[in-house]
Write a protein that binds this ligand. Structure first.
Ligand SMILES: Cc1cc2nc3c(=O)[nH]c(=O)nc-3n(C[C@H](O)[C@H](O)[C@H](O)COP(=O)(O)O)c2cc1C
Length: 178
């Protein structure tokens, strides 16, 4: 199985997390792609499992390079594909919009047929509101805050990746029984 991670980044934090995830999983299993340099339609379809990384900017906006690629994402058939989202944000100064951009990206992937995995509990963050919540206690993906909680990033990444890989392993096992 090969995992494709696609990210955009203005100031390097989402990129740095992409590299940490690749180091954690191993580059023989995970490729990372910066979306603005990538032909998304041709590339994303090569992977069974896809991770999307997106920072939120300017009162809840999706970082512009991802925003420019949303139409391309909508054109890809992602049925039978699992997609997990991580987001970079800052929960104090931007606490009303914390990691908002994860949600429209997840919805676009879902519209293309993807199954979203990798929900994450909201406990441990101090924010006012977020469009990335699926309920009061749960984010659609993994929010990371390199500005206020950088010391938690590595452990959050390790735990999230373990959960994702366990979920994929269970699915493969189920498929082998059919
Ligand atoms: C002007 C400005 C606006 C921001 N707006 C938001 C926001 O609306 N929501 C949020 O969660 N974080 C916001 N942030 C924090 C960034 O998302 C955060 O620094 C992130 O790590 C940047 O990721 P990048 O380096 O990959 O671009 C903002 C930061 C700045 C400087």
């Amino acid at each position: 199985m090969k995992i494709g991670l696609f990210y955009s980044s203005d100031t390097g934090n989402t990129e740095c997390v992409a590299e940490l995830m690749r180091d954690e999983i191993g580059e023989e299993i995970m490729d990372i792609h910066e979306v603005f340099k990538t032909d998304l339609q041709d590339t994303i379809i090569q992977y069974d499992f896809i991770i999307l990384g997106v920072p939120t900017w300017y009162d809840g906006e999706m970082q512009s390079e991802w925003a420019n690629k949303l139409d391309d994402l909508a054109k890809v058939d992602l049925s039978n594909r699992k997609v997990a989202i991580y987001g970079l944000g800052e929960q104090e100064d931007w606490g009303e919009y914390f990691c908002d951009a994860m949600m429209p990206l997840a919805l676009k992937a879902q519209e293309s047929g993807a199954t979203i995995i990798g929900n994450w509990p909201s406990v441990g963050y101090e924010f006012t509101d977020s469009k990335a919540l699926i309920d009061e206690h749960t984010f659609i993906g993994l929010p990371l805050d390199e500005d206020r909680q950088a010391d938690l990033t590595v452990s959050r990444i390790k735990t999230w990746l373990k959960l994702l890989l366990a979920e994929l392993a269970v699915d493969n096992w189920r498929a082998s029984l059919i």
